[in-house]
Design a protein around this ligand. Structure first.
Ligand code: GZL
Length: 327
């Protein structure tokens, strides 16, 4: 709808100038900035900070954009309000990192009725009508969970622990977020396949360091013999490390710690031996979303689902890899 209005305006300008005998002054028709509304989850983790920075440094006027950024403080109602606000402002594109998977149909239909394309970044939405969004770019959370257990299987084999029962607890992310859903599924299915892996408990730490520490403290009180902690993001792993140290145990040695995200500080912890392994989840989606928008602006078509490349790192390679890390 907006595109039609813009073309009409341009035609009128040219016609008007031609009628007046002049040539349209190209400098007067300076390029219109593409307005992008970004409904961000919040600022709960190092990963989120890097993700926000990636958008703020990509969607700048010098690149032809006007970014309207909203931090929802991890509340879905705030994200829905932000999307409605973007519709009111008649932005060209809406980008959402949905805090949880469900509850988006109504507001996405409003965006569709307003003729505003919606691009999903980071987490996924569960929708009955996939035409309500144009494209999604993010991590393969199920594979991340599977990779975490794959690392544990290899570690156990090479450490002579194959026949030892291992008591495992999971610090989950925000319940209902696709990062939590996928990682928990990959991890719990992997645990179920090995009779020596005993899942003692799983509980959400909301992807934050404080809550992660609190839940880990309660796990340590309830289970004196924890062998492995699987934290569904690095900030909860940092909290778990503090809780483990507070009871006089050595993280990475007395209790194996496997984490997700692989942010810069997590590499420092792997080098210090406090985190044993970290499954990457790349947050640098700004340029990827910009590429999608540029393709759409040229009338091109884009893939509906775009997974980012991710690796798994551990104490054996963290020091060598850290200098090349971009977040
Ligand atoms: C993953 C992202 C998760 C990170 C957390 O794509 O949604 O949210 O793993 C962040 O650090 O809070």
């Amino acid at each position: 709808m907006k595109k039609v209005a813009f073309i009409a305006l341009a035609l009128v300008t040219i016609a008007g100038a031609a009628f007046a005998g002049g040539k349209p002054d190209a400098s007067k028709m300076e390029k219109k900035l593409i307005t992008v509304g970004y409904a961000q989850v919040g600022a709960e983790s190092d990963w989120r900070t890097a993700n926000t920075e990636s958008f703020k440094s990509t969607f700048v006027e010098a690149n032809g954009y006007k970014l309207i950024f909203d931090d929802a403080q991890q509340k879905q109602e705030n994200q829905i309000k932000a999307i409605r606000n973007f519709i009111q402002q008649d932005v060209d594109y809406i980008v959402v990192a949905p805090v949880v998977e469900t509850g988006w149909e109504t507001v996405l239909k409003e965006a569709k009725d307003a003729g505003i394309p919606v691009i999903l970044s980071d987490r996924m939405m569960k929708l009955s009508d996939n035409s309500l969004y144009t494209a999604w770019v993010g991590g393969n959370f199920l594979k991340e969970g599977q990779d975490a257990i794959g690392w544990l299987d290899a570690y156990v084999a090479k450490s002579g622990l194959k026949d030892k029962d291992l008591n495992i607890v999971i610090l989950q992310g925000t319940i209902g977020s696709s990062a939590q859903v996928g990682r928990t599924q990959g991890v719990t299915e992997g645990i179920a396949k090995n009779p020596h892996y005993k899942l003692l408990a799983k509980q959400t730490g909301e992807f934050t360091q404080a809550k992660g520490q609190e839940v880990m403290e309660s796990f340590l009180k309830a289970y004196p013999n924890i062998d492995v902690v699987i934290a569904e993001n690095d900030n909860m792993a940092f909290g778990a490390i503090d809780a483990i140290k507070a009871v006089g145990k050595v993280p990475g040695k007395d209790i194996i710690i496997i984490s997700f995200d692989a942010v810069h500080e997590a590499f420092n912890r792997m080098i210090a031996g406090e985190i044993n392994a970290d499954v990457e989840c790349n947050p640098l989606h700004g340029p990827r979303v910009a590429e999608i928008i540029q393709t759409l602006e040229k009338g091109g078509s884009v893939d509906k689902i775009m997974y980012v490349k991710e690796g798994t790192f551990d104490t054996t390679n963290a020091a060598a890899i850290l200098p090349s890390r971009k977040y």
